[in-house]
Ligand binder design. Structure first.
Ligand code: AMP
Ligand code: MG
Length: 489
């Protein structure tokens, strides 16, 4: 091992590479012309046991760009399948490579993946590359999600390649280093179920249990327990998305992580105006992945996961289906429980009353009618300035506000503690689309990363309620052209 490498602190294990060959193809990254490190997540690097100064060295930059790999890395492209907008397809990492699993000083295990590192056997017609803008966008949004307290893959670095890639126009290329609990997807199980044997599915399930759900290892039916746990984590995750107004945009089964982390930041965006039908993705013409559909789609994806596990659940197929259906039927209840608890917290309610659901529904209905900004409505209620919302002047809202105040008055908690609860549940800032675009434009067109760094700094403390964050809270100016996002760019 070279000295510099050791100094960077890479400490790889390669447990995924021990799965049967079916699950991956060994592949080295394709070198690029002029690697340059444009963003490094220093705090994340430290938590991974990496040395920030060493990560800025020439050698490390070459690693982030795919021109060399760390010692003990065994680069591979993962095989998976997926239902894309409902249609089942064989997929796999077409432009990503798993370098290995970093074992941290706390003995945690994280996938270190390059995204945009060149073609693989799963690239089909694609070039295996990624553009700088979308990689910086994934960096910003995934780090914002982390700061919001939502389970997510994270971003360690972005390296510019010094090469152009061809999309609708020529764009600067980049490689993102992504950090994840793992990249096991619902689609990984679908792949095993369709192109492997039952033993392959069992091997994958055992691997998953060991890696993410060791608590079910001794369970009488560990595969059913695995299904139940994955359902639980997804119910909690999707509720968290809904509570902050996050729209994933492409909830295909290959983009649902078994670990319960948010994964694959393509056409995602945060909703401004509260409207359950909100869609940003240019390709989602039927609104399949609209904000209000996300819980239903998650349940649908989990049913695909259960299908892949069926032969492991019970020897008798009918019994297996019955067990799967029972487990799946829990999702709606679990999701609703998390969502309701989260909504109560957003309104400062520390206890439960049967009327709470109607109180929440009334507010959301008024917000939708007034096209009120989702984040800023809760922000204004948090800081006690209901007059700052688009709802101001609506007599129904005045009624609602009285009802809410009366409800708050019926709980024992002092006002200060419900305010505290609201502050920690309602972000003052989210990655507003126009702010993200502004940062990306400065970086990709003018090579000015200061705008992005300022934005990242603000987004790292979403619950701070600091006056200097105010300008980042402003919703976009009204525009006749709806905001659109794109995938695979
Ligand atoms: P996504 O929409 O990012 O979830 O990607 C769906 C599939 O397309 C995955 O198998 C990706 O690896 C693949 N893919 C996306 N972009 C490219 C590209 N530029 N080259 C090769 N494969 C790609
Ligand atoms: Mg994907």
């Amino acid at each position: 091992m070279s000295e510099r490498n050791t100094k960077a602190g890479w400490n790889f294990d390669n447990s995924y590479a021990c799965l049967p060959d079916l699950f991956f193809s060994r592949q080295d990254p394709s070198p690029v012309r002029a690697p340059r490190l444009v963003v490094l997540n220093e705090a994340l690097a430290v938590s991974l046991g990496l040395n920030v100064e060493a990560l800025k060295s020439r050698e490390s930059v070459e690693i982030f760009a795919g021109n060399r790999v760390p010692e003990d890395s065994a680069p591979l492209a993962q095989a998976y399948a997926g239902h894309q907008f409902g249609h089942f397809t064989k997929l796999g990492d077409g432009r990503a490579l798993l370098l290995g699993e970093q074992i941290t000083p706390e003995d945690e295990r994280f996938d270190i993946q390059l995204k945009g590192s060149g073609r693989t056997p799963y690239s089909r017609g694609g070039d295996g590359r990624a553009a700088l803008g979308p990689m910086l966008r994934e960096y910003i949004i995934s780090e914002a999600m982390h700061a919001l307290g939502i389970p997510t893959t994270r971003s360690l670095a972005v390296a510019a390649t010094g090469e152009s890639i061809v999309r609708e126009t020529e764009l600067p290329g980049a490689v993102l280093t992504r950090v994840a609990a793992s990249h096991l997807r619902v689609g990984t199980f679908q792949y095993a179920a369709n192109w492997g044997t039952v033993e392959d599915v069992r091997t994958l399930a055992d691997y998953t249990v060991k890696r993410h759900y060791p608590e079910v290892e001794a369970d009488e039916n560990r595969y059913l327990a695995l299904l139940r746990e994955v359902i639980r984590r997804q119910a909690s995750l999707i509720a968290r998305w809904q509570l902050v107004g996050f729209i994933h945009g492409v909830m295909n089964t290959d983009n649902m992580a078994i670990s319960g982390e948010t994964i694959d930041y393509g056409p995602c965006a945060f909703m401004d105006v509260f409207d359950p039908s909100t869609v940003f993705s240019s390709i989602d013409v039927h609104g399949r992945y609209a904000y209000g559909n996300q819980p239903r789609i998650a349940a649908w994806n989990l049913a695909r996961f259960a299908e892949a596990l069926l032969p492991l659940l019970h020897d008798d197929e009918e019994q297996a289906i019955r067990l799967a259906e029972e487990a799946l039927s829990d999702f709606a209840r679990l999701y609703h429980g998390h969502w309701l608890a989260g909504m109560r917290a957003k309104l400062g309610l520390a206890n439960e009353e049967p009327e709470d659901e109607s109180l929440i529904a009334s507010l959301l209905g008024l917000m939708q009618k007034a096209r009120a900004d989702y984040t800023n409505t809760f922000r204004a209620l948090t800081v006690g300035k209901p007059e700052d919302t688009e709802l101001n002047g609506d007599p129904e809202f005045a009624e609602w506000h009285k009802r809410w105040q009366a409800r708050l008055g019926r709980q024992e908690e002092p006002q200060a503690s419900s305010q505290q609860l609201m502050r920690s549940s309602n972000p003052a800032v989210i990655p507003r689309n126009h702010r993200v675009e502004e940062a990306l434009e400065a970086a990709t067109i003018h090579e000015d990363y200061s705008v992005m760094h300022r934005l990242l700094d603000v987004l790292s403390k979403p619950y701070a309620y600091k006056p200097d964050q105010d300008e980042y809270a402003a919703p976009p100016a009204p525009s006749p052209i709806p905001y659109r996002t794109f995938c695979g760019t």
